[in-house]
Write a protein that binds this ligand. Structure first.
Ligand code: CTP
Length: 423
């Protein structure tokens, strides 16, 4: 597997040489790309010697003195061959360019041409890190599926103390490794995951929502991507950053979530509806803030549309549908009833009153309920592990569906009675 390592101009650029080594230790081939500013801190020769490859320093072949075709199309060749793009250290400047889509050197052009997961490890002065412009740009990247490895706090090269020191080289190497170690049993699948909570506004300042953190849905999206699927994540509000390597669409209300799901559903082969959608919304949104001194307030609520139930009615035979039921009593019977009512292939039921299950925590305790009546209770485990167990079940259902299809083809190609010919 090949990793493209982008080195930009910061004091921490010297640490990228160590990162290169740690990536090689994990079996990756590394192609280094340096920006002009990076070359003020470390020479390309260091990276060329360690990687055993030419270091890419510009869009044009400087040795030739002019642009030549090979060097001009090199960014697309690197983009096609690489399995991940890692930028460490990433300056505020490169982060801003990536957010804006500026492509004025090799690295920024490569980022735009790339379809592989992108991991960014920022390093900069604490004030630059905390500046709203930098934080805004990072949020844009996160929403686009870029994995941002937060810098550490400590003594910075500028003499200040605070956040901005490049994350430990080992952490960055391990993140790359985990991002790329995947089973490929979902290759060819187009997976749509909904996650997080919706918010239903009451007035410009207030809304109705719930306690879902989005962690379970994000873990599912991450696990599906690692197993080779093309993933789209539709996310309501959540407390965690979306995983890298997928398209992320942000929504706020149940209605917006329904519109986003409807937009993607026709192209989806596996639909995992993990979002905690509001079941009710205020019938009227007050145009101005509701005032306490206006006395008692009665809220009139109307039900939202059942997104999963509605798409299930127009599903195609190859589409697999998975629902989630967070229950507080009669968990299995309530969840089974929903599985049947919404005509799902799989329902993931959990009792949110149990410690270590449900909202905000990093673990979950679920029971998998299948359309054929099978039930598989799982032990308490981390949400990423739960996600993989759910996808194991989905992959099994998919291969069963494939086998049934093959059987159907066999049956229809039996010789017609007396004809001796294939129909
Ligand atoms: N769901 C949905 N649209 C809604 C509400 C829920 O698509 N408006 C989905 C959830 O994402 C979940 C499944 O339906 O995958 C079950 O959600 P749940 O809230 O447990 O069930 P409801 O059908 O809303 O029934 P109730 O809340 O009355 O128990």
């Amino acid at each position: 597997m090949q990793v493209a390592l982008g080195v930009t101009g910061g004091i921490a650029a010297y640490k990228s040489a160590e990162l290169l080594r740690r990536l090689q230790d994990r079996g990756f081939e590394v192609q280094v790309i340096m920006t002009d500013a990076a070359r003020q801190f470390v020479t390309p020769l260091t990276f060329a010697a360690l990687s055993g490859r030419k270091v890419i320093t510009g869009l044009f072949d400087e040795a030739a003195g002019e642009a030549n075709l090979a060097s001009v199309i090199e960014h697309t060749a690197v983009a096609q061959n690489m399995d991940a793009l890692v930028i460490a250290p990433a300056t505020a400047d490169i982060i801003a360019k990536m957010a804006a889509g500026i492509a004025d050197d090799f690295l920024t052009t490569l980022y735009l041409a790339a379809r592989a997961p992108t991991i960014v490890a920022p390093a900069m002065n604490v004030n630059m890190w905390e500046h709203p412009a930098t934080q805004h740009n990072l949020q844009i990247l996160r929403d686009r599926g870029v994995h941002v490895i937060e810098p550490e706090e400590g003594y910075l090269a500028c003499g200040m103390i605070g956040a901005g020191r490049l994350a430990a080289v080992e952490t960055i190497a391990q993140t790359v490794f985990e991002t790329l170690s995947q089973r490929s049993d979902l290759e060819g699948e187009t997976v749509l995951v909904t996650a997080g909570r919706t918010e239903e506004p009451l007035d410009p300042c207030r809304f109705l929502s719930n306690r879902s953190s989005g962690k379970m849905g994000y873990a599912l999206a991450e696990a599906a991507r690692r197993r080779g699927a093309r993933v789209t994540l539709i996310s309501g509000r959540s407390s965690v950053d979306p995983p890298p390597g997928m398209v992320v669409e942000r929504v706020r209300t149940a209605l917006e979530m329904m519109e986003a799901v409807n937009k993607h559903f026709h192209e989806v082969t596996i639909f995992l509806m993990a979002a905690a959608v509001a079941d009710f919304r205020p019938m009227r949104i007050a145009p101005a803030k509701l005032k306490r001194n206006s006395g008692a307030l009665a809220l009139r609520l109307e039900p939202t549309a059942d997104i999963l139930g509605e798409v299930a009615r127009r599903r195609k035979p190859r589409q697999l549908l998975v629902g989630f039921a967070a229950e507080t009593e009669n968990v299995v019977s309530n969840a089974s009833a929903k599985l049947r009512a919404k005509q799902l292939d799989l329902m993931v039921a959990n009792d949110v009153t149990q410690p270590g299950a449900g909202f905000e925590v990093d673990t979950n305790i679920v029971t998998l309920l299948f359309a054929d009546g099978r039930q598989i209770p799982l032990q308490k485990m981390g949400k990423l592990d739960v996600a993989h167990r759910i996808l194991d079940a989905v992959a099994q259902l998919r291969s069963k569906l494939g086998a049934e299809k093959t059987l159907a083809i066999h049956v229809s190609t039996e010789p017609a009675e007396g004809s001796g010919q294939l129909r």
